[in-house]
Design a protein around this ligand. Structure first.
Ligand code: SF4
Ligand code: F3S
Length: 111
């Protein structure tokens, strides 16, 4: 198994998660992060760090498309290991449903 970042992260991108990951397996897109499923050691430490509950184990039902998205973009986005400032409008996107249309495939800046 692995942990995956789901749609709650889109445009919130709070980044508290990256500071605690012992294996630095978060990768940065323009408006969300993903976890590399082959690098995650399933420790679960990042889960309570995310204020919008965007990190779940892939054993939860309905996460197949998010596991695919994490795996696909972790290969091409840059690694991020240190928290940066969230987007200025991050709070406005907390808890909004159906954010997939806002997903950006563009990479973030990374560390
Ligand atoms: Fe990193 Fe652990 Fe979270 Fe996996 S579960 S992304 S290893 S902190
Ligand atoms: Fe996203 Fe939550 Fe991390 S919003 S960037 S998964 S702290």
């Amino acid at each position: 198994m692995t942990f995956v970042v789901n749609e709650s992260c889109i445009r919130c991108k709070i980044m508290d998660c990256v500071d605690v990951c012992p294996v630095d397996c978060f990768y940065e897109g323009e408006n969300m992060l993903v976890i590399h499923p082959d690098e995650c050691i399933d420790c679960g430490v990042c889960v309570p760090e995310c204020p919008v509950d965007a990190i779940q184990p892939d054993t939860e039902p309905g996460l197949e498309k998010w596991l695919s998205l994490n795996a696909e973009y972790a290969k091409i986005w840059p690694n991020i290991t240190v928290k940066k400032a969230p987007p200025p409008d991050s709070k406005e996107w907390e808890g909004k449903p159906d954010k997939l249309p806002y997903f950006s495939p563009n990479p973030g800046a990374g560390d």
